[in-house]
Design a protein around this ligand. Structure first.
Ligand code: ADP
Length: 409
């Protein structure tokens, strides 16, 4: 089945056309036929970049005045590149949807009722859900006969128990405003955990895992017998690890202090914590780990401190989630930083040998941008690098929802 995976944003659409079915999933031979991004939708200078059948196509620049025109252009481009003969070959559409609230613990076939429920969750993800939904309405217009599926970032974490998802504030706020930990990046954590079990021939029930997704946004998840039991992002994606530009955990009283000292508005505080904090704020230089490592290598102390804070926070969470589960069989690194930065992995695992995580320095240095084991032979738990593939999981979920098959992981 050829499935179009869409990640629709306010002025962009990321897309992949993926071919998958039961046999291909079992043999791990499902594949991406084409992928790309449309940016600056709504302007005269929108751009469409497409890599089709592993070949880079010439970028197209021009007016794409709305998402519907942009999606039509994407389908035309896929046809022109020979990825599809015509639109009717796209048999389903899978949408990345950021927030499914407490309502969605699995991917679902979309209809008007599901769309309404996603709309209701928009209050919890105002920057994402409305645009994800727009992707659905536009695809429904362009391909009215084609089934569509929503795959939620939050769904995997719905198995987290109340003692881990409740905050220590009056319970009434959970009842009234649904303030609780939701967690994000669920598709990525679920994918790498599945891959780990596949590599080692284990079933869901056989292993407890800690998965570290370290990209621009960063989160870490405790997965007990295949189920997320805790995760570092919370009510919003601001909590937890130090990220590119987001602060992660901090004493909430700091906000009050800053608001009174510098007379910051709500908007100022939100911008400060989301856009000017994290690696960027700490280093005063960059949110890009590559640049910070280069800078630290040249002796820049502030860049070094930023990296130290980033790695120490990961280490603390690994310790916390080991305690949460009691026993851990595998630790997985993924995302742009997790896949490509041996230094970060090494520092994040410092002093964890007694806990069961021992990195082999040479192995670690040799695994960059690819799958591989980095643990020492003497390590009790396996430490792995596993490149994430959220789009593939969205395509597989879409296939299963359309066929009415159960979700195996
Ligand atoms: P997103 O969360 O937007 O999907 P990515 O997963 O692509 O982001 O991760 C982006 C991060 O990965 C950036 O901080 C970038 O510096 C980092 N990164 C990419 N390649 C490398 C590398 N070779 N070494 C260190 N960090 C890298």
């Amino acid at each position: 089945m050829k499935i179009l995976v869409l990640n629709s944003g306010s002025s962009s659409i990321k897309f992949q056309l993926i071919e998958t079915d039961s046999e291909m999933i079992a043999a791990n031979t499902d594949r991406c036929l084409g992928k790309g991004i449309v940016e600056r939708i709504g302007t005269d200078e929108a751009s469409l970049r497409l890599e089709a059948l592993a070949k880079q196509c010439k970028p197209q620049i021009g007016a794409l005045l709305d998402h519907q025109i942009a999606l039509t252009r994407v389908l035309d481009a896929l046809r022109e590149c020979g990825v599809i003969a015509d639109i009717s070959q796209v048999q389903a559409v899978g949408h990345r949807v950021v927030h499914g609230g407490e309502q969605f613990s699995h991917s679902v076939l979309m209809d008007e009722e599901v769309a309404k429920a996603i709309q209701l969750c928009s209050e919890l993800a105002p920057l994402h859900n409305p645009h994800n939904l727009r992707g659905y309405y536009v695809a429904r217009k362009v391909m009215p006969q084609v089934p569509q599926v929503a795959v939620f970032d939050t769904a995997f974490h719905q198995s987290i128990p109340p003692y881990a998802y409740l905050y220590g504030i009056p319970y009434t706020y959970y009842r009234r405003y649904k303030i609780r930990r939701y967690g994000f990046h669920g598709t990525s954590h679920r994918y790498v955990a599945y891959k780990f079990r596949q590599i080692f021939g284990k079933g869901r029930e056989d292993v407890n895992l800690i998965t570290c997704h370290l990209g621009n946004g960063c989160s870490i998840t405790a997965i007990e017998k295949g189920k997320s039991v805790d995760t570092s992002m919370g009510f919003t994606p601001l909590e937890g690890l130090v990220m590119g530009t987001r602060s992660g955990d901090l004493d909430p009283a700091i906000l009050l202090y800053l608001m009174s000292k510098d007379e910051l508005s709500l908007h100022d505080v939100s911008t400060l914590l989301n856009k000017f904090s994290g690696l960027y704020g700490l280093s005063g230089e960059s949110n890009d780990m590559r640049e910070l490592m280069a800078s630290a290598g040249k002796g820049n102390e502030q860049a070094k401190v930023a990296i130290d804070v980033f790695c120490y926070r990961i280490r603390r969470y690994i310790g916390a989630y080991s305690a949460a589960m009691g026993h851990v069989d595998g630790l997985i690194f993924t995302g742009g930083i997790g896949e490509n930065a041996p230094l970060v992995r090494e520092k994040a695992c410092e002093r964890l040998a007694e806990m069961g995580f021992q990195v082999d320095v040479a192995r670690n240095k040799g695994i960059i941008g690819k799958e591989g084991e980095i643990s020492a032979d003497s390590s009790r738990a396996r430490v792995m690098v596993i490149p994430t593939n959220e789009e593939l999981l969205i395509a597989r979920d879409t296939f299963r929802c359309v066929r009415g098959l159960p979700h195996p992981y």
